[in-house]
Design a protein around this ligand. Structure first.
Ligand code: AOF
Ligand code: ZN
Length: 336
């Protein structure tokens, strides 16, 4: 199963909307007959990939697979049927499929007389597909709220300027994290005031080939000349204006568009709305060694009036980002 997890994590597989899955076919003596992995939506599932490589040698083998074999015909055929047709005798799987459309393969296989064992390295398999699992189980995208702050909790100066609170190293790190999401989301006020391009760029400031969806939410009309609407600037990245103030509605609309990981980038009103709705699943904050004394907070009023009401997320990582070109280091905190 460790090997199947490695196969699932094969580099270069495009991000979402499908999970990463690996499969190893074993002979009775424990030797590997064939290996396979899923290369992204529309390509063969991991089991089908391994079965194709094994050919007739698949008969009588044990299939070790990181996700419950699917039981449905989606973009490709059902893996449970393919395993049966190939004569696989035993299936060992890690994570049960949380997707109700595809689930049921374990029961189908067992009913046909295949010996099925579930749960081996299930935590590792869930962690590998953390965002996909979350989105399927909750019926909405996973939300990462990212902000940059000074030592005294300011994300912009009193005149609204925020270029740049954090260091170049921190901004490069932000682009790396943006690229791991499938959607960047800001409020209409941020687009009107800051006019961000919301593109993902490399160290040479060139747009990456794959750009996350650029989403803006809020009721305010936006001028067409805002940089977020400039497709040429972003290597063809799409933009959507969600005409709602309700985070639940916005996430529902994004989920319908197969979005699984929203990178929420402000501003303070939008962040407060998501926090108040309990819709922030992870926080990434860049702390810069700067003091403003006055200025705009990262998040608007949450209605908290006394210290016992403080929102206290759990720190999962602290990383120092060394300064580039003589800049001071910044600190990145990750919290859930
Ligand atoms: C498997 N093996 O390798 C994967 C599975 O649209 P489709 O046909 O690609 O189906 C996608 C769904 O199938 C996905 O949401 C998940 O439930 C399951 N993925 N199942 O047996 C695989 N990638
Ligand atoms: Zn399948």
């Amino acid at each position: 199963m460790s090997r199947a997890l490695e196969l699932a994590a094969t580099p270069g597989v495009p991000l979402g909307p499908n999970p990463r899955v690996g499969c190893v076919l074993l002979a009775d003596d424990g030797s590997v007959v064939a290996e396979g992995f899923h290369g992204g939506a529309g390509t063969p599932h991991a089991e089908a990939d391994a079965l194709a490589r094994a050919g007739a040698a698949a008969r009588g083998t044990t299939a070790v697979v990181t996700l419950e074999p699917c039981n449905h015909t989606g973009r490709t055929g059902p893996c449970a049927q393919a395993l049966l047709a190939a004569g696989v005798r035993r299936v060992v799987l890690a994570q049960s499929d949380p997707n109700p459309v595809a689930a049921g393969g374990a029961a189908t296989l067992a009913a046909a007389g295949v010996d099925v064992a579930t749960g081996l390295l299930a935590d590792e398999a869930r962690a590998l597909n953390r965002v996909w699992t979350f989105a399927v189980e909750h019926g909405r995208p996973f939300v990462t709220w990212k902000f940059a702050t000074t030592l005294d909790g300011r994300s912009a100066a009193a005149d609204g300027t925020s270029r740049w609170v954090s260091s170049r190293a921190a901004r490069l790190d932000t682009h790396r994290l943006r690229a791991l999401s499938d959607t960047m989301l800001v409020g209409t006020a941020t687009v009107a005031v800051d006019d961000p391009a919301l593109t993902v760029r490399d160290e040479e400031d060139q747009p990456l080939a794959r750009q996350p969806l650029r989403a803006v939410m809020g009721l305010r009309d936006l001028a067409a000349d805002r940089r977020i609407f400039d497709a040429a600037l972003a290597g063809g990245a799409e933009t959507v204006h969600l005409r709602t103030r309700d985070p639940h509605v916005a996430l529902a609309e994004l989920f319908v568009r197969d979005r699984q990981h929203v990178f929420l980038e402000g501003g303070p009103t939008l962040a407060a709305a998501f926090l108040a709705a309990g819709l922030v699943d992870e926080i990434v904050v860049y702390v810069a060694p700067a003091l403003l004394g006055a200025g705009l907070p990262a998040v608007a009023d949450l209605g908290i009036t006394t210290i016992t009401q403080a929102f206290r997320p759990t720190v999962t990582d602290i990383t120092v980002l060394p300064g580039l070109d003589g800049e001071q280091p910044n600190v990145r905190l990750t919290l859930t």
